[in-house]
Design a protein around this ligand. Sequence first.
Ligand code: PRP
Length: 177
Amino acid sequence: MVIPTPPVLISERQIQRKVGRLAARISADYGAVDDLLMVGVLKGAFIFLADLSRRLAIPRRVDFMALSTYGDGTTTGAVRLIMDLRTDIRGKHVLVVEDIVDTGHTLAYLMKTLAAREPASLACCALLRKLDRKKVDVDIDYLGFDIPDVWVVGYGLDCADQHRTLPYIGTVAPGST
Ligand code: PRP
């Protein structure tokens, strides 16, 4: 089966430059912290977390959570926890790492859930945000790019589980692979 190569929305070079800048900001902001825990949201954030974590100049650990929305997540906003952290975050400095904030339901649920566990601090970093799709307000402390309301793949993001390992962010027609 031949899968067409998606056209580029954000190039590998643009992504890597942005990841470097985000890593520099985070390293400066958490310079006095020796126990930063980066929480990647599976599956989409696995590549962004891998690149970002390796470019930090400060001590850090990583853990993961997996969430899913019921239906397409746009109507009810109901989010389900599929896999929880292995780490007890009470008293720790936590940075959530997301690939994309679309309606905002997933990140809002995650921040509320993690805040209830009483970390020393809680912030989030998202590579992409679709402002046109916003349903709930959620603060993003470190943001890579605002993008238009198009279906994006690559750098961890998928369409029917295809294209996650593309090194750039590309676009596909809705429903296609
Ligand atoms: C994507 C993305 C975010 C969420 C954002 O995950 O990784 O977690 O959607 O959407 P929202 O802002 O509308 O809540 P997805 O459900 O596609 O799962 P995946 O990361 O496993 O591909």
